[in-house]
Design a protein around this ligand. Structure first.
Ligand code: COA
Length: 335
């Protein structure tokens, strides 16, 4: 798009549930070990929702944090996009829940997108088009999933990987003319959709045919996902750097989707980055889907591992298969 209005990332926030489930805890469910899980994935523990808490609550907390940091009053938000692939309800959209819970007035549009773990990058691309074209000015993006409620806890191939969590961003028109998006691209290959999928529950009318039991859990072919991502993503990031007119060494951080430490290391190797430039918290949270990038960013700033006034490569991949990357400026004060 030419003559697009520039975008400023104004605030970032996150929220995690309290309950910790360690790899050792999982040995009570099936035959596995901390050593097996940690060496293959980099995960030691994950956080899971409990009781009445769900992804809407996590999303609300992350959104409140991002809005507070942004300095933009909730009543000035004019569009809400939520990214979720393991929501507590298919509808109303999580974004509609955010509008109501946060008291965002004026009947502003609110909708969810499903791009699985690439959701935040997809939402950023949508927000960028809205802001760039002048359609909306202040957009709240919320990425939140309660994966733990949709996993098959007898399937040790998939349930070891995921955790629950939420991340949020407030993006706005950059009135100073400086665009925080240096490059942004999203992709999909639906022909390999069977690598990660989840069927919706649903029964046929008994007058049409008898109902058979259905599987409605997150299902994954981990090996194929791994091979695909390691083949595609590092090269893809090279392309995004080229789009930004930058070299790997020009960017301060890699803040990748937290799916597997070995995948993160494959990207790190390609970029030639030292450990300090690569943000990883997968050890403590597992894969929190679309929320993982904003959680890693906001927590990194909180812990001092991400300095602001810098630039970062954000990237995601997930069911679809979908993938996407953004090279962004991280201004002071965003979280
Ligand atoms: N504990 C112990 N053994 C396990 C196990 C577990 N939790 N899960 C699987 N195994 C066993 C398998 O049964 C298999 O045994 P077999 O050889 O006797 O059949 C063996 O370990 C190897 O299984 P495999 O699935 O080939 O393991 P893997 O090396 O591919 O590792 C993943 C599995 C899931 C850790 C890995 O494929 C992965 O991380 N993939 C990427 C997934 C991802 O990123 N998904 C999210 C995308 S957003």
């Amino acid at each position: 798009m030419t003559n697009m209005k520039p975008l400023r990332i104004a605030g970032v926030g996150y929220s995690l549930p309290e309950t910790v489930v360690t790899n050792d805890d999982l040995t009570k469910l099936y035959e596995t070990s901390d050593e097996w899980i940690y060496t293959r994935t980099g995960i030691k523990e994950r956080r899971l929702v409990s009781g009445d808490e769900n992804a809407i609550d996590l999303g609300e907390r992350a959104a409140r944090n991002a809005i507070a940091k942004s300095g933009i009053p909730a009543e000035e938000i004019d569009c809400i996009i939520a990214a979720s692939s393991a929501p507590p309800q298919l509808y109303p959209a999580i974004a509609c829940h955010m509008q109501s819970r946060l008291g965002i007035p004026n009947f502003v549009p609110a909708f969810d997108i499903t791009a699985a773990c690439s959701g935040t990058i997809y939402a950023l691309q949508i927000a960028r088009s809205f802001i760039g074209s002048g359609t909306y000015k202040n957009i709240l993006i919320v990425a939140t999933d309660n994966n733990s409620r949709l996993l098959d806890w007898t399937d040790r191939g998939s349930s070891i990987l995921f955790g629950d969590g939420a991340g949020a961003l407030v993006v706005t028109e950059a009135e100073d003319g400086v665009d925080d998006i240096l490059a942004l691209d999203i992709r999909a290959d639906g022909s390999i959709g069977e690598y990660i999928y989840m069927n919706m529950p649903g029964k046929t009318c008994p007058l049409v045919e008898p109902n058979t039991p259905q599987d409605c859990h997150i299902r994954m072919n981990g090996k194929e996902v791994y091979k695909f991502v390691v083949k595609v993503l590092p090269k893809y990031i090279d392309k995004c750097l080229e789009d930004a007119g930058m070299k790997a060494e020009d960017v301060d951080y890699l803040i990748p989707h937290q799916a597997n430490q070995r995948i993160i290391e494959a990207m790190q190797q390609r970029l030639g980055y030292a450990d300090e430039k690569v943000i990883s918290n997968i050890k403590y949270y597992g894969n929190t889907s679309a929320a993982s990038v904003p959680i890693a960013l906001a927590e990194g700033v909180e812990k001092g591992t991400v300095k602001l006034g810098t630039t970062a490569i954000l990237c995601g991949f997930g069911a679809g298969m979908t993938w996407g990357a953004a090279i962004v400026r991280l201004r002071e004060g965003i979280c």
